[in-house]
Write a protein that binds this ligand. Structure first.
Ligand SMILES: [Fe+2]
Length: 255
């Protein structure tokens, strides 16, 4: 069973809760769609987890901003990424559980923009722009349908495109778009079916459900998961680090 995680955003409590659940489920491989860091208070701990645990970890727009200094972030995100760089910059090579780790900034700079694994395409953004583009929530069904048509028509090398970036879990297929919820969160995707799978965010969900979001794939069975974590602990760390209060408040609201 594979776990697909994204947008952890330096939230250690959320990541640990997700890892514990994945262990319980019998996950054997972790694929990360980017934005390991940014916004949150524990970038070094998340860098170590990503380096030592994830079989793939993509370049998100926050990793790009971290290593290039170039972005169009709002002031809160910009302050957090500058703070993150200050924390990570002095950290050199360390030894992780399975051997030496590259210095975090160097490692984040080397992240790929996408990854193709068999019938799975992994991106942070979308097939149009793997780092920056948003797969919009299908408020606009025409756009969503056009996207899936493009997948079916122009991309024969993979079936399922996993995306992060929008912090909202949903599944878009040729027959429609589905928002998973506690009573319906498992889907079977037979070979040949084209789908966009947005896995939501581990560390900063924005669908008004503050629980961590991720997905697992077991053969052709896709499952969306929501996990509670100690939000108050993360919020206190954000405030103690001097990061903007809104970054703490939004975690409690899921916005
Ligand atoms: Fe993100």
């Amino acid at each position: 069973m594979i776990a697909i995680v994204s947008d952890i955003h330096s939230n250690l409590e959320a990541m640990e809760a997700v890892l514990a659940e994945c262990e319980r489920l019998g996950v054997t491989e972790y694929l990360c769609l980017g934005d390991v860091i940014g916004y949150g208070p524990d970038p070094l701990q998340l860098a170590r987890i990503a380096q030592s645990k994830f079989a793939a970890s993509l370049m998100g727009n926050h990793e790009e901003a971290l290593v290039t200094g170039k972005h169009r972030f709002n002031p809160h995100a910009a302050q957090a990424i500058d703070w993150t760089r200050k924390i990570l910059k002095p950290v050199g090579a360390e030894t992780g559980p399975s051997g030496p780790l590259t210095p975090p900034l160097e490692w984040f700079a080397a992240r790929p923009q996408f990854a193709l694994r068999g019938k799975l395409l992994l991106v942070h953004g979308s097939i149009y722009d793997p780092v920056h583009d948003y797969v919009d929530e299908p408020e606009n069904p025409v756009e969503s349908e056009a996207m899936i048509q493009t997948l079916s028509r122009d991309f024969s090398g993979f079936d399922l495109c996993f995306a992060g970036h929008n912090h909202t879990p949903f599944l878009s297929t040729l027959v429609g778009t589905f928002f998973p919820h506690d009573d319906h969160r498992e889907f079977v995707l037979p070979a040949g079916h084209k789908a966009y799978i947005c896995v939501g965010s581990v560390g900063q969900p924005r669908d008004r459900d503050p629980r961590s979001s991720f997905a697992t794939l077991d053969g052709d069975r896709l499952t969306f998961h929501r996990i509670r974590y100690d939000i108050a602990k993360t919020q206190n760390k954000i405030l103690s680090a001097g990061l903007n209060r809104f970054l703490a408040e939004r975690l409690g609201l899921g916005i």
